[in-house]
Design a protein. Sequence first.
Length: 227
Amino acid sequence: MPKILLIEDEEKIARFVELELTHEGYEVFKAMDGRKGLEMAESGGYDLLLLDIMLPELNGMEVLRRLRKTSSVPVIMLTARDAVMDKVTGLDAGADDYITKPFSIEELLARIRLALRKQQTPALPQLVCGPLAMDIARHTVAVDGEQVDLTGREFSLLQMLIENQSIVLTRDALMERVWGYDYVGETNIVDVYIRYLRSKIDDRFNIKLIHTVRGVGYTIKQEQGHD
């Protein structure tokens, strides 16, 4: 029975979600404020977190940032308004998905099932491309042993590239897999984040891993030196 931690301060919503998830066969644990929620989340043992943004004691974004230092448990953010920046900030901080209030229980259940399926998919504990190593479980990146600090979105983009080494991924494919099919924002967001990665990896360490295939998209492969 999957264990879900619900961190939500609105009693009516928390009770409704708890009843529906319990009916669907999930074991639900609740926290009514961010500080208690973080304490419970850090204790481990949960298969998924449902995390509200607007929380007393500690807001959801801060809970997520602190949690991601030690845990890769799937997190679905609950947002009170359909604000693009809330979603972008949450995803960049390491959220796996988001859902806007008011939401239907059917949509929430579908997103939970998707997040749990992704979590159950076997993943390599470490991905390597030349001198670059990604530890998926610890959510870390290093080049020749030197730590590289990435945002959640940068990490997801790099992971998608390195899992498909030497395969050219189109901008549309990267947009859909990393940002989600319903992302609303600048169409050149992929190019912007590729520049971020190049600055932090290729330029910093004087290597050439990330390549542009003009008119198509991007790929990553081992190759020393600059073009």
